[in-house]
Design a protein around this ligand. Structure first.
Ligand SMILES: [Cu+2]
Length: 246
């Protein structure tokens, strides 16, 4: 239902949407009830000729129930909101499903850079693909991200995924997402990070596995793409290097 009003492109987007819907419906219902009662009371007890003003201290039993009953109802409604909110938080931020892929996300004033494994599927090898401002991912794959900052506090946000995570200099923060809809979506920085903050936009392109494999192959270093591994040094060569070091 909410899909009509905002695009949801990750597996946990609807968990967050339903949490917002729950809050909106519960709070909205009580807002309407409270306003209706207030206007009814204003109308019922409006000034009338010949009717003296009542002075109500609120200490009598028949009046205190007007405070205690709504108070208990508010606490019950809080529980109805807080319990699913904790479950959503736990499932998104505390649980890490096994990764199919890993991407490194580096924030800096004022750009996003990304690093992911090339066709060999191993990070930190010569065929890694590095991009700026544009992250290509595969649909229906669970991604772990390693988020870092080169300078100040930034925040990595993909509204269509309902993903938002602060990036702190000196720390690597891990999280996850699983895109489930092919398309191009915004990446934003959502922490005021300096003069160019408003320009710090990027995009994430969710592709089919075939399109993603083709993109990886095309953007990986042509010299190393297709090589299985960097060959080990032959024994005599390493001994020669050891001799040189001596
Ligand atoms: Cu920023």
């Amino acid at each position: 239902m909410l899909e009509r009003y905002s695009t949801a492109a990750s597996t946990y987007a609807h968990w967050i949407d339903y949490q917002f819907l729950l809050i909106a419906v519960l709070v909205g219902f009580w807002l309407i009830v409270a306003e209706a009662v207030m206007f009814w009371l204003i109308f019922k007890f409006r000034a009338k000729d010949g009717r003296p003003t009542q002075y109500i201290t609120g200490e009598e039993k028949q009046y205190t129930k007007w405070i205690t009953i709504p108070h208990v109802l508010v606490i019950l409604c809080d529980l109805v909101i807080i319990v699913p909110a904790i479950m959503v938080w736990y499932n998104i931020k505390q649980v890490m499903p096994a990764a199919d892929e890993t991407v490194r996300v580096i924030a800096q004033q004022w750009a996003w850079s990304f690093q992911q494994a090339g066709p060999d599927g191993v990070m930190d090898t010569a065929d890694d693909v590095r991009t700026v401002g544009e992250l290509h991912v595969k649909v229906n794959s669970t991604y772990h991200f390693e988020l870092m900052s080169r300078d100040v506090v930034h925040s990595f946000a993909i509204p269509a995924f309902r993903l938002k995570q602060d990036a702190l200099p000196g720390r690597t923060i891990t999280g996850w997402f699983r895109p489930n809809r092919v398309g191009t979506y915004d990446i934003q920085c959502t922490q005021m990070c300096g003069l160019g903050h408003g320009l710090m936009a990027g995009r994430i392109i969710v592709e089919t596995p075939q399109a993603h494999a083709a993109w990886l192959m095309h953007n990986s270093s042509p010299a190393v793409a297709g090589q299985q591994a960097i060959p080990a040094l032959p024994t005599d060569a390493s001994s020669t290097m050891a001799e040189v070091r001596r």
